[in-house]
Design a protein around this ligand. Structure first.
Ligand SMILES: [Cu+2]
Length: 148
């Protein structure tokens, strides 16, 4: 029987080689898978919103409802031109304003309201419907525009 003699120096060299190989793989391994597409923000970002309505009935038979912007929270890139399209689905009309700006308008049922926006200051801006601003007026119909 033949016994393979491996000198101690070689064993150290082999271990070092394996460690180097694993270390290299760890450093160069891809963190994200490349795809053919590109993120939405690489072109002008268009954000689509609709008006919705929640309806329910209390045990005593009383109807309660709340109108909503949907989605209720959106992220907007800071100092980038974005288009906000709001389609009126529920509710006859929703006159609105964006707090802290001079942006205002009305979303009408069956129609699309298009806003071209660019926020020069980061923060949370509230899109408030004047008709349905709180619980006592079938709201609060408020969306949060997070500019970051
Ligand atoms: Cu409203």
């Amino acid at each position: 029987m033949k016994i393979l003699y491996v000198p101690k120096k070689w064993i150290l060299a082999i271990i070092l080689f394996i460690c180097l190989g694993m270390g290299t793989w760890y450093v160069v391994k891809p963190e994200a898978v490349e795809t053919a597409g590109s993120p939405a923000a690489s072109k002008r970002l268009v954000i689509n919103m609709v008006t919705g309505e929640f309806k329910s009935q209390l045990e005593n038979g009383k109807e309660i409802e709340a109108y909503r912007w949907d989605p209720g929270t959106i992220h907007i890139p800071y100092d980038q031109p974005v288009t906000l399209s709001i389609y009126g689905v529920n509710g006859k009309e929703h006159p609105f304003f964006i707090e802290g700006t001079d942006v205002k308008g009305t979303v009408v049922k069956g129609k699309e309201t298009v806003l071209h926006l660019r926020f020069k200051k980061q923060g949370i801006y509230r899109l408030i419907c004047k008709t349905h601003s709180d619980i006592s007026h079938n709201g609060p119909m408020i969306a949060y525009l997070v500019v970051d």
